[in-house]
Design a protein around this ligand. Structure first.
Ligand code: NAP
Length: 257
C-alpha cells in the first residue's frame, strides 16, 4: 500500500462523490486530509467516519480569503502542506443560448478560478516545505465539445492551468497534473438523461467508480509518480480513445459489441 504517512492534504469538494473517495483513500494511506467543501453536514459525517486523519473546513473555493484560511488551517494542524486536489466542481447543463452570463461566470469561478486560487494559496507552503503534488480534476470533456459549453470551457481551462502551473513550479519540487474522468455516477449526474447513452457508448461497457478515480489521484500524490508533471490522465473506460469509431465498427459488424 502507498505510504503517505506524515503528508498533509487538502481535497476540495471532498464531502461527497469522487472527492470523498479521494479523502478516504489518502487518509487510509496515512495522510492527514482537510476536507474543504461547502457541504458542512456531509463533511462532518465523513470526518466522523474516517477518524483523526480527517478534518472538515468550510470553504467556498471562489473565496480568495477563504483559501488563505484553509491553507493556514492545514498548516496549523499538520505543520506542512504536500497535496492539493482541486476537485470541487459544478455543471450547468445549458446550451449557450440558454446560459445567462452570471451562470457562465459562476461555473467558471468554481471550476476554474477556484483551482487557480487553490494553487496560489498552497504553492508557497509546499515550496517552503517539502515540495508537493497538485491534482486538478478536469474531465474527458476537456478533449472535445460537451453539450454544456461552460463546463467544457472550464475543464479545458483546467488542462491549461495544469500545464502552466507545472512549468512555473517544476523548479521548486511541486508537480501539477490533471485527472480527466469520464462517466462516474455521482450526485453531479445521477439524474442526467445522458447517463444511459453515455454508458452505451463507453467501450468498457460501464461507468467508472469513484474509487477508481481515487486510485489514480493516489498515484499522482505518491512518490511513484515523482517524474510525472504537467500531464493529463484520462480515466474513462476508453471513451476518449475512440468511442465514436467503435460504435461505427459495431454498427458495421467489424467489431463485436
Ligand atoms: P459531486 O458529487 O457533485 O461533488 C462535488 C462537490 O463539490 C460537492 O460536494 C459540491 O457541493 C462541491 N462544491 C460545489 N461548489 C463548491 C464550491 N464553490 N466550493 C467548495 N465546494 C464546492 O460531483 P463529482 O462527480 O464527485 O465531481 C467531482 C469533480 O469531478 C468535479 O470537478 C466534476 O466536474 C469532475 N468530474 C465528474 C465526472 C462525473 O461523471 N461525475 C466526470 C468528469 C469530471 P454542492 O453540492 O454544494 O455543489
Amino acid at each position: 500500500m502507498t505510504d503517505l504517512s506524515g503528508r498533509a492534504a487538502i481535497v476540495t469538494g471532498g464531502a461527497r462523490g469522487q472527492g470523498a473517495a479521494e479523502v478516504r483513500l489518502l487518509a487510509e494511506c496515512g495522510a492527514r486530509v482537510l476536507i474543504c467543501d461547502v457541504l458542512e453536514d456531509e463533511g462532518h459525517a465523513l470526518v466522523n467516519d474516517i477518524g483523526s486523519n480527517a478534518r472538515f473546513h468550510k470553504l467556498d473555493v471562489t473565496d480568495s480569503a477563504g483559501w488563505a484560511a484553509a491553507a493556514a488551517a492545514l498548516h496549523d494542524w499538520t505543520g506542512r502542506a504536500d497535496i492539493l486536489v482541486n476537485n470541487a466542481g459544478i455543471i450547468n447543463r445549458t446550451l449557450i443560448a440558454d446560459t445567462e452570463p452570471d451562470a457562465w461566470r459562476r461555473l467558471l469561478d468554481i471550476n476554474l478560478t477556484g483551482a487557480f486560487l487553490g494553487v496560489r494559496a498552497m504553492a508557497p507552503l509546499m515550496q517552503s516545505g517539502h515540495g508537493g503534488s497538485i491534482i486538478n480534476i478536469s474531465s474527458n470533456s476537456a478533449f472535445s465539445g460537451h453539450s454544456d459549453p461552460a463546463y467544457t470551457a472550464s475543464k479545458w481551462g483546467l488542462r491549461g492551468l495544469t500545464k502552466s502551473a507545472a512549468m512555473e513550479f517544476a523548479g521548486v519540487g511541486i508537480r501539477v497534473n490533471a485527472v480527466c474522468p469520464g462517466l462516474i455516477v455521482t450526485d453531479l449526474n445521477r439524474t442526467s438523461p445522458h447517463l444511459g447513452p453515455m454508458v452505451g457508448m463507453t467501450p468498457a461497457g460501464r461507468p467508472g467508480e469513484i474509487e477508481e478515480v481515487a486510485k489514480l489521484v493516489l498515484y499522482l500524490t505518491s512518490d511513484a509518480s515523482r517524474f510525472v508533471t504537467g500531464e493529463d490522465f484520462v480515466i474513462d473506460g476508453g471513451f476518449t480513445a475512440g468511442a465514436a469509431y467503435r460504435r461505427v465498427g459495431v454498427e458495421t459488424g467489424i467489431l463485436s459489441s
